[in-house]
Design a protein around this ligand. Structure first.
Ligand SMILES: [Zn+2]
Length: 243
């Protein structure tokens, strides 16, 4: 068991060595991921605005078509008016033309407002497009500048992993899985040396019987509280001064 424990300790030491590389890689990648998420969000917003503009354009075409039809009506009525001789009929037609003209005027105003709103929309889309282009450039610059370091880190991490595989091969697969589980659940500290008869991971005091077993190192001992694998290290001998 002593040998198994020392292999687990070695595994933990290799993982400790790799921690900094992993953290640096994760933080470099996280920054890119954050920027890309922001970019996605902005692109979603832009797509929504474009859709709204399209809707407004459709509505504009519809209203504009209606206006043209009504203007045509007014023109036709005016032509007919010239041929009318009876006074009563003339008055009635003129009234009709007037009401058509008023309706068209209201419609024209409506269309004008719509055109203004569409112009604002177009401007906002253009500024959004510019922001997105800038952010895209930032992301690609960031990716480019990180690429070299990420490559270096990948090489370091590969080295660490292959060293780990060598040690892992000498351990039972079930124990390796257990190590990984604890490693993941306990902040990357799966194997810890007993300190002052306690687990340094969670400060839980080992029962005296366990301390005895830990010192014998014939069994695999784990912390009863946090499940970390524990091992015993004899305290350094105090040199007695003969003088
Ligand atoms: Zn513990």
């Amino acid at each position: 068991m002593r040998e198994t424990v020392s292999k687990l300790v070695a595994l933990q030491a290799i993982d400790d060595e790799g921690r900094g590389f992993h953290e640096e890689r994760d933080s470099l990648q996280a920054k890119i991921v954050r920027l890309k998420e922001l970019l996605d969000l902005m692109e979603e917003g832009l797509a929504e605005k474009r859709l709204k503009l399209e809707e407004a354009s459709r509505w504009y075409r519809e209203k504009d078509g209606e206006l043209k039809v009504d203007q045509e009506k007014v023109n036709r009525a005016k032509t007919r008016l010239q041929a009318v001789t009876k006074n009563k009929e003339y008055m009635a037609m003129q009234k009709e033309i007037e009401s058509l003209r008023k309706a068209n005027l209201a419609r024209e105003e409506e269309i004008l407002k719509l055109v203004e709103a569409m112009d604002e929309f177009k401007a906002s889309i253009a500024s959004e497009e510019k922001k997105i282009a800038e952010l895209k450039a930032e992301v690609s610059a960031e990716e480019k500048s990180n690429a070299k370091r990420l490559e270096e880190l990948a090489t370091f991490i590969d080295g660490i992993n292959s060293r780990k595989r060598v040690v892992e091969k000498e351990l039972k697969p079930a124990l390796v899985s257990r190590y990984r589980r604890i490693f993941k659940a306990r902040d990357g500290r799966a194997v810890v040396p007993v300190t002052a008869n306690s687990c340094p991971g969670c400060n839980y005091a080992c029962p005296p019987q366990q301390v005895v077993r830990l010192r014998k190192a014939l069994t695999l001992e784990t912390c009863r509280h946090c499940s970390r694998i524990l091992y015993w290290v004899d305290p350094p001998e105090v040199e007695e001064d003969a003088a």
